[in-house]
Design a protein around this ligand. Sequence first.
Ligand code: PLP
Length: 478
Amino acid sequence: MSNPLRDLPSVTKLLAAPALVAARERHPHAAVTAAARSALDSARNKLASGESPAVGVEALAAEVVAALDAQALPALRPVINATGVVLHTNLGRSPLHEEAARAAYEAARGYLNLELDLATGKRASRQGNVRAGLRAITGAESATAVNNCAAATVIALRAIAVEHQEGIAGGAHGGFPLRNEVIVSRGQLVEIGGSFRIPEVMAVGGAILREVGTTNITRLSDYERAITPNTAALMRVHASNYRVRGYTKSVDLPQLVELGRKRGLPVIDDAGSGQAVDLTPFGLPGEPLVSASIAAGADLVLFSGDKLLGGPQCGILAGKADLVQKVEKDPLMRAFRLDKMTLAALEATLRLYRDPAEALRTVPTLRMLTTPLADLRRRCESFAEWLRAIPGITVGVREDESFVGGGSLPDVSVPTAVLAISAANMSETELAARLRTGTPAVVGRVQDERVLLDLRCVFERQEEELLEAVRLAVGRTE
Ligand SMILES: *Cc1c(COP(=O)(O)O)cnc(C)c1O
């Protein structure tokens, strides 16, 4: 019997294969050699473990070319979001407005006055560039921004709860009360997803959690009784991703603020989704507006920039000027600060809110959330006509639901119209997988033996690409 290892070509011989000579036109020399070695290693290992891989030069060369082409594709690439979930965390949450995207692009490719006052030539705060816009949408005295809302929570708690320990740093505790306790209702000790758990985040911030009340009932007297000389703040966490229904009682923000005032304690409001304009006229629930939290007297309101605000990933802290200043002076600010691209995109997004009606029409997240059902149905009908021209496809249009998502309003849905497609000789999961792995990648939903494509989050500029992607997925023969 022949030794199959002997049948394997040498690296030199494999590299001389016409397919690999051609590949050197498109791929770096070193990458082609490395991929050829790797293919030979893998074949050798398979032979050693009793498998029978292809060992011919041509088959191996084809493998090498496939590997090289896959490597050349960026790992992060555009996806057509046909899930209908507007704030899809796995797909990058909010897409940016063109102007915000352009601002980030310009910031990325050149220099900018990030920390330079162009009028005086002196150093300036990088936060100063977004402060005015944040104040305008929240009505707060001051505001600042960090990497995300989780970071905003950590730094807010550190600045407020740990600050009181400074006087006793060095160890002279001797009965000195540590003002580092933060009181939160048991009904609000939530996990937002991606293991953002309020109790754990508080611990990272250095605060000691004082839980009050029960899962369904927390009264003002529960907070009152928990206040001790160690209390540093009262905190409310918005129940963004779940609801407690039935026999429930919670303390609303104005009541908490009143208690805080009486006892000289700041109130922190983790508002989460950061809604800046009222969406109730569009059938969405009355999420607390960030400006309402400030108006109700919250000392510090925290929210995400890439949820309902429709901006880049960041966490915003808005509220009393002295607290914002404390946050900005915290050493963690250096670790949590925003980069130039995010700051540029945030500033551009905030500028769109100077006219809230215009923001509703043009900020992609808001526009998608408020697209009327009739528009979506019309779009689906014409798209269905185009799709029906593809051989082997079955297309229907049906009513369904789109979700807000993003750990913001996951149980909040709005009526939508979807394309329900199936292809001959292929299961719905196979079709969905082909769409997902195509270029551009298309992510839809699988339901009732169909792939559902919701056009709510598909940009009009992507329609042709989507059509082509479906055509390729249905027609691909392997
Ligand atoms: C989403 C959310 C967070 C986390 O925000 P990130 O910006 O993802 O860090 C925190 N708190 C609440 C209430 C949220 O809804």
